[in-house]
Ligand binder design. Structure first.
Ligand code: F6P
Length: 539
């Protein structure tokens, strides 16, 4: 049965009263609808739920296949059925991986070995022991990758800025736009630059083209094959493609088909994070994620952070017809989190058929968007407060700042909490009128302005408080969103671990590239042909 047709879902949604009233009537509301796990506090009391609807949502979870699918995932079953792959990213953050076997292979040893190699390379780079082809110490590292091979490390490196301790500078190259690589290499010297080509498939065009451009830059500076072999590393599961490119086998860190790209931060794809924050802190990141895994797999549904978030998401998408979800970190350092969760959520659950290939009748993943607070308050929060659109929002705030401007941090927190309060309670016409009169307006003037000041309120939000933005809590936070996405995928009965939709654009870009290079375009539609013509004429 689809979630939307689940008895009572829409009826219950239609019956939800005013949040302002719910708070006024029940002083224990916040206590009732909040929980804590792995140090993360979740206050979900400002959601359009009451005891009855929350119980019903809990029942939906209890009757779902979340537990059996979770067990199947943990047992290594190929729950990514369209690619016949296990989904074992959780194993990557296990402290004790000894004896982990999958399909007769000792995965525990493989993970252990990979960690050892990562740690050794980080140490070598930190100690200035890794020398380039002219005998100079490495000063810069270019990480070439895209999607899951870029967004995770980029977000985590940014989030953990206060922990940076690397003498080696890091540069990310993702977009195929030549501006990226051109700008990066401008200030660099190939003799002191290490390049990491991060691509599980080693077939992604953007990554390949950027890697080729960088390799050419090395050659232009006189680097020969041996020099390139010394300076190029890869993280890939396609060893033959990587070696064909010129990367020697001992410089290839593994990736495995049981780790999806958007779930791969915990593997060698996390190398840039380990480089920037050091090995011990990287281990903390894994520990935080592992703690969330334990919470997710063991906590009852009523206290289960990822499950609670998943149910609320389902409630809004399928009960209220919401199509978007805002992610609003009140932390400058977490400003890339929305783009990271965008891929995690939208690439995982933006599907239209279920695991059996049958059309899903439920709306699935929301449009995830957002940016760091308070910047958004002066941009799109206006829409959150007063437009007819309902956009549930997650507000995320680290309690302890990583800087000494504690008063500013307190102001940041005040804004964060005020936003959730304003969204919840809104402002009535009476309140707006009173405000205008108090400001010295005449009754007539107040009557004109007051309607513009009205905010409907009843806009749902979650507030997530992290004790601090440390590697541990970041790991827990990311794992929490991973599991939320998993639960929703199971509730919609879709495969959250494939991404066939992104293939079409890749396929079509081939013939278009040929046409842009002079090949016949007559098989293309008239719009594409016309665009190619203008591009060709103007280039
Ligand atoms: O764009 C789709 C995608 O396949 C993502 O799922 C993946 O994270 C990204 O491309 C990069 O893939 P790869 O690591 O194989 O280069």
């Amino acid at each position: 049965m689809s979630v939307s047709s689940w008895p009572g879902l829409k009826a219950l949604a239609a019956q939800q009263g005013s949040l302002r009233q719910a708070f006024a009537e029940d002083p224990t509301r916040a206590e009732q609808f909040s929980t804590q796990a792995c140090g993360i506090t979740l206050d979900y009391s400002k959601n359009l739920i009451n005891r009855q609807s929350w119980q019903a949502l809990q029942q939906l979870a209890a009757q779902s296949r979340i537990k059996p699918v979770l067990n199947a995932m943990l047992a290594g079953e190929k729950i990514n059925n369209t690619e016949q792959r296990s989904v074992w990213h959780m194993m990557l953050r296990k402290t004790d991986v000894s004896g982990l076997m999958l399909d007769g292979e000792n995965i525990g040893d493989a993970i252990h070995d990979c960690r050892k190699r990562m740690t050794a390379l980080v140490s070598q780079l930190h100690n200035g022991e890794y020398l380039g082809y002219t005998g100079k110490t490495i000063t810069d590292l270019i990480w070439v990758g895209i999607g899951g091979s870029l967004l995770g490390p980029q977000m985590a490196v940014e989030a953990l800025t206060p922990y940076h301790c690397s003498p080696v500078r890091l540069h990310f190259a993702g977009n195929i736009d030549g501006a990226v690589v051109s700008d990066i290499v401008k200030g660099l010297n190939p003799a002191t630059t290490l390049v990491f080509v991060a691509s599980k498939s080693f077939g992604t065009e953007e990554t390949k083209q950027n890697a080729l451009a960088i390799r050419q830059w090395f050659k232009d500076h006189g680097a020969d094959g041996a020099a390139i072999a010394r300076h190029f590393w890869a993280t890939s599961s396609n060893i033959s493609a990587a070696t064909e490119f010129g990367i020697v086998e001992q410089n290839i860190l593994p990736m495995w088909d049981w780790v999806g790209g958007r779930y791969s931060l915990w593997s060698a794809i996390g190398f840039p994070v380990a480089l920037m924050i050091g090995n011990a802190h990287f281990a903390e990141l894994l520990k935080g994620a592992e703690a969330m895994d334990t919470h997710f797999t063991e906590a009852p549904f009523s206290d289960n952070l990822p499950l609670i978030l998943a149910l609320l998401g389902i409630w809004y998408i399928n009960g209220f017809g919401c199509q978007a979800q805002a992610l609003l970190p009140y932390s400058h350092y977490l400003r890339l989190l929305p783009s990271y969760v965008q891929q995690l959520d939208m690439e995982s659950n933006g599907k239209s058929v279920d695991v059996n290939g049958v059309a899903v009748t439920d709306a699935t993943a929301p449009v995830i968007w957002g940016d760091a607070g308070t910047n958004g308050q002066h941009a799109y929060h206006q829409l959150l407060h007063q437009s007819a659109l309902a956009v549930p929002a997650d507000f995320i705030l680290p309690v302890k700042p990583a800087h000494k401007l504690s008063d500013q941090h307190q102001r940041l927190a005040a804004h964060c909490f005020a936003q959730t309060q304003a969204l919840m309670q809104g402002k009535t016409l009476d309140e707006a009128t009173e405000e205008c009169l108090a400001a010295g307006m005449s009754g007539a003037e107040a009557a004109v302005l007051a309607p513009h000041k009205v905010s409907p309120g009843n806009k749902p939000s979650n507030t997530l408080l992290l004790p601090e933005l440390s590697p541990y809590y970041l790991g827990a936070l990311i794992a929490m969103y991973e599991h939320k996405v998993f639960c929703q995928g199971v509730l919609w009965n879709i495969n959250s671990f494939d991404q066939w939709g992104v293939e079409l654009g890749k396929q079509l870009s081939g013939p278009i590239y040929q046409a842009l290079s002079g090949a016949a375009a007559d098989k293309l539609d008239s719009s594409t042909r016309a665009l190619i013509k203008v591009f060709t004429e103007q280039k």
